[in-house]
Design a binder for this molecule. Structure first.
Ligand code: SF4
Length: 261
């Protein structure tokens, strides 16, 4: 596991910087997220230990490693958001992958879902390069930020409801901080959709009741801010053809268009 402040390129804790406070409970997350600036939020997320099952899992994966990455030191910590702090487009995924972001320390980096997502972001003009392999590979997002609804890799990609709720104040605070510039929220899958709607409602955006339902290509106008649905680029969706590259490009291209990027 990467020690905070040890100089890893994904680490929001700079070498020599005082260690950020670490949440040990859901109440601790809520307290530390409230009033945090974006740099503080990133640093506090990266040392969070509020969910015992997820802390145990992310660190076990980091110790045991996949054979093909045996020579790499895994990140093994929660994964903060990536990209423009004044983003007009926010992309909300589910959670870090065990051998992707939990290894590299950067969201959607080092796995097939990330390859799919960043290739599409690049094709529609929202990323400077089509690949996302490791934390210092030169990737730059254009007017865009990418976050996970739950910040730690969960077993079988399935956080519990309790873990989802414990983590919610991180994304809620992030959405609140981004709101002044935000024009579009792209939700990858129903989990991201629900997290985005909850966070937007928490930030004071008028969300209709009953809440709009997720679907690929669904577009909802929320007082000048647009919510877009996109199937999650998981292998389950991309291998089966449920999500194709043109389908992904259509949604992300629409986001770029709406955000005038
Ligand atoms: Fe903290 Fe969220 Fe990870 Fe739970 S899932 S330990 S709340 S960062």
């Amino acid at each position: 596991m990467i020690v905070p402040g040890s100089g890893h390129p994904a680490d929001p804790v700079a070498p020599g910087e005082a260690p950020p406070p670490s949440a040990r409970s859901a109440a601790g997350v809520a307290r530390l997220a409230a009033r945090a600036t974006l740099p503080q939020l990133d640093a506090r997320v990266s040392v969070c230990r509020a969910c015992p099952r997820l802390v145990g899992w992310r660190e076990q994966v980091a110790r045991e490693r996949r054979a093909s990455y045996a020579g790499e030191e895994y990140w093994g910590r929660p994964v903060p958001g990536l990209g423009d702090p004044a983003a007009r487009v926010l992309v909300v995924g589910l959670a870090p992958a065990a051998h992707g972001a939990n290894r590299t320390g950067r969201v959607f980096t080092g796995d097939r879902s990330g390859d799919w997502l960043f290739a599409s972001l690049h094709r529609v003009g929202l990323a400077n390069q089509p690949t996302s392999r490791h934390a210092d590979d030169g990737l730059r997002l254009i007017g865009t930020r990418v976050v996970a609804a739950v910040r730690c890799a969960p077993p079988a990609n399935q956080p519990s409801t309790e873990e989802r709720d414990a983590c919610a104040p991180w994304i809620e605070r992030e959405v609140r901080l981004l709101l002044p510039t935000l024009r579009v929220v792209v939700c990858l899958g129903g989990f991201g959709w629900d997290a985005a709607l909850r966070s937007l409602a928490d930030a004071g955006v008028a969300v209709p009741r009953p809440r709009p339902r997720f679907g690929h290509g669904v577009e909802v106008d929320l007082d000048g801010l647009t919510l877009l649905g996109c199937f999650h680029p998981s292998q389950q969706n991309t291998f089966t053809g449920r999500l194709t590259e043109p389908m992904t490009d259509a949604v992300l291209g629409r986001a770029a268009e709406l955000a005038s990027l």
